[in-house]
Design a binder for this molecule. Structure first.
Ligand SMILES: Cc1ncc(COP(=O)(O)O)c(C=O)c1O
Length: 393
């Protein structure tokens, strides 16, 4: 574990110092110490309600407004277009349930969306009779314009389309701008779950042309429980929590200022330095070296073309292995498979299955996701650990 601190400029969270090499940044990121430092006074000192007109409300109100502007700044939005939520799942719920209950009778999603989108779609169908169309993806996990075009031709209903910016398992980057332009030309609303993209690649709501966009703090060095939804001015949504009128009336409840400040600070840091080139170089080195030590056995899951995959994500299947066996034999690293384990039985990842891979390929998958504190020494450790684990399997 030595030598893992020198290459990165920002302070390393102490939590990374003693454990295995962390290669699961897509699951969640360590909290950046600068984020903790900014948020802390809002737990310890500034306890006031941001709506209070007396002196105790002033600093929370100022900090909340500043945080909203910082989140807006990361994605090219205006501060009034940001609604803080308690999770990415909740932001997705506000977007999709909100659009359906306000105006839409048809919801179009794609097959590799996060369960927060797919299960919301299912619930809307069950509870509100919403017509749901699930678009297929190709071998790289990408949606085609033709598939969306066909879905938009199937009825006269008002449609909301939800397509993620980048996939959590494979890093596949969807052609959101093109899909959004097509959807808008047919009068549809467009939501984008950018949980995995924000902080890793540039995300601009104007360039993407989306109406609703989900931002998630714990994928970009803020704590879990801090997220936001961008709601373009003029887009009508049904609220997700009813009550006191906070968050533009869309999510009632006294604001969690500390978490908003954490998200705002994380957004400011991300906007200043995406560090995508450094991380991509490490990720590509890891891929190349794994392919060298395990010749002919390493298969990339997800697109290989530049610009089509998140710079930090490497999802590979190693022929003749099962991902969970490999990771169980490699305690030097912390990574994940996309498969779910129920009572000791592993089910292939629905994402890889939707991409057309058979069970053997999907069950062999391991997802290695790098981030702000990944170093060349981490890559050395991972290559050695995975090579040894595969020989052992
Ligand atoms: C693409 C995507 N969307 C949504 C979520 C849900 O975010 P949260 O865990 O904050 O509810 C995640 C988290 O894994 C994600 O990767």
């Amino acid at each position: 574990m030595s030598g893992r601190t020198s290459e990165v400029a920002c302070p390393r969270p102490p939590s990374l110092a003693t454990g295995p090499v962390y290669l699961d940044y897509n699951a969640t990121t360590p909290v950046d110490p600068r984020v903790t430092e900014a948020a802390l006074p809002h737990w310890t000192d500034f306890f006031g309600n941001p709506s209070s007109e007396h002196a105790y409300g002033a600093e929370p109100r100022r900090a909340l407004a500043a945080a909203r502007a910082q989140v807006a700044g990361l994605i090219g939005a205006r501060p009034e277009e940001i609604v803080f939520t308690a999770s990415g799942s909740e932001a997705n719920l506000l977007a999709l349930r909100g659009a359906v209950l306000a105006a839409c009778t048809h919801l179009v999603v794609q097959a590799t969306e996060h369960p927060a989108v797919l299960e919301t779609a299912r619930a809307l169908g069950r509870l509100h009779g919403t017509r749901v169309t699930v678009l297929p993806v190709d071998h790289h996990g990408l949606v085609s314009l033709d598939a969306l075009e066909a879905a938009l031709r199937t009825g006269a209903d008002r449609t909301v389309v939800s397509v993620m910016a980048a996939n959590n398992e494979t890093g596949a980057i969807q052609p959101v701008a093109e899909l959004a332009a097509l959807a808008h030309s047919r009068g549809a609303l467009v939501h984008c779950d950018a949980a995995q993209a924000c902080g890793k690649i540039p995300v601009d709501v104007g360039a993407l042309g989306v109406d609703l966009l989900t931002v998630v703090g714990h994928k970009m060095y803020a704590p879990r429980g801090a997220a936001a939804l961008f709601v373009r001015e003029g887009v009508a949504l049904e609220p997700v929590v009813y009550g006191g009128g906070q968050e533009g009336g869309l999510r009632a409840g006294t604001e969690n200022v500390a978490l908003a400040v954490a998200l705002g600070t994380a957004a400011r840091l991300a906007a200043a330095d995406l560090a995508a080139g450094r991380v991509a170089a490490l990720r590509d080195d890891l891929h190349r070296r794994l392919a060298e030590v395990l010749p002919g056995r390493v298969r990339l899951n997800g697109p290989d073309a530049p610009g089509q995959r998140l710079p930090n994500t490497l999802n590979v299947s190693i022929d003749g292995t099962r991902g969970h066996d490999v990771l169980a034999r490699a305690p030097e690293i912390a990574a994940s498979t996309g498969s779910a384990c129920h009572s000791g039985v592993h089910a292939p990842s629905p994402v890889l299955t939707a991409m057309g891979f058979d069970a053997a390929r999907a069950l062999a998958a391991i997802r290695l996701s790098l981030g702000r504190w990944s170093t060349p020494a981490d890559v050395d450790t991972a290559v050695q650990a995975l090579e040894a684990a595969v020989v052992d399997c």
